[in-house]
Write a protein that binds this ligand. Structure first.
Ligand SMILES: O=C(O)CCC(=O)C(=O)O
Ligand SMILES: [Fe+2]
Length: 247
């Protein structure tokens, strides 16, 4: 797609009903780019977890959340990271580009518990969805008492939490800033997402193709996500050799 330039360009894609900052871009990659990436994901790198499969590139972080700096494989870089650059998505992170990608695969009925991504990374995640659609559930992370206080102060009403973001195949979701640090995200382990409409899906009006969710229903298939991040700590020796250290 024709992407506008820089931070101002990304603003056009902000999900306005959610706390800053979530951005949703449908058709961020083409169907042939999607097929080519799915084809190149290595079959022998999967780690099977109880409700999904996962692989980590270039490698898993150490116990101290350090990345052994190494280049990402080319199929994860082009054309995706060039488009990130055009939109300025990682312009404010320490390495000004992603250095780490988690690939998650969810089959029908699988999901991930509500969680936050934590302090190992700069507070930006860019998620490219492949293969199938599903809803990311967004909730506040306070205790019940805090949530209640927020709702009394009108915060919940202002931002309509909890809510869902529908992630279509080939779309990009960017989570940044307060949305990264102060909210939880998860994926319900269900065989279909139901009740999809403007009032229940934060990005309903931004979808590339609402027509496929007839009667507000999304029958899950297999969905693969690529989550791009900038790991803060990159191991010194490797990062010097590879020229990937902090600038
Ligand atoms: O698959 C997704 O969209 C979310 C994955 C996720 O939350 C994570 O890997 O931390
Ligand atoms: Fe996450």
């Amino acid at each position: 797609m024709d992407l506008p330039n820089g931070r101002e360009g990304l603003e056009a894609f902000r999900i306005a009903s959610l706390p800053p900052e979530f951005y949703y871009i449908p058709n961020f990659i083409t169907a042939s780019e999607e097929a080519s990436i799915l084809d190149k994901i290595p079959a022998n790198r999967w780690i099977t977890l109880s409700h999904r499969r996962l692989q980590t590139h270039p490698s898993t972080l150490t116990k101290t959340n350090t990345l052994l700096g190494a280049p990402l494989p080319p199929y994860l870089l082009n054309p995706i990271t060039e488009r990130f650059k055009k939109l300025g998505i990682f312009d404010a992170t320490p390495h000004r580009q992603p250095n780490h990608v988690l690939i998650n695969e969810y089959r029908k009925g699988e999901g991930i518990m509500p969680h936050e991504d934590g302090a190992a990374y700069a507070p930006v995640v860019a998620t490219v969805s492949l293969g199938g659609s599903l809803c990311l559930e967004i909730t506040g992370k306070g205790s019940a008492a805090v949530d209640e206080a927020e709702s009394r102060s009108g915060e919940e009403e202002k931002y309509a939490l909890p809510t869902r973001i529908l992630q279509e195949p080939r779309s990009l979701l960017v989570t940044r800033g307060a949305a990264y640090g102060e909210l939880l995200h998860g994926i319900a382990a269900v065989e279909a997402d139901e009740g999809l409409r403007g009032e229940t899906v934060a990005n309903w009006g931004m979808l590339g193709d609402r027509g496929v969710y007839g009667e507000g229903r999304n029958e899950r298939g297999t969905r693969v996500s690529l989550t791009y991040r900038d790991v803060l700590k990159v191991s010194g020796a490797a990062s010097k050799v590879l020229g990937m250290g902090r600038r």
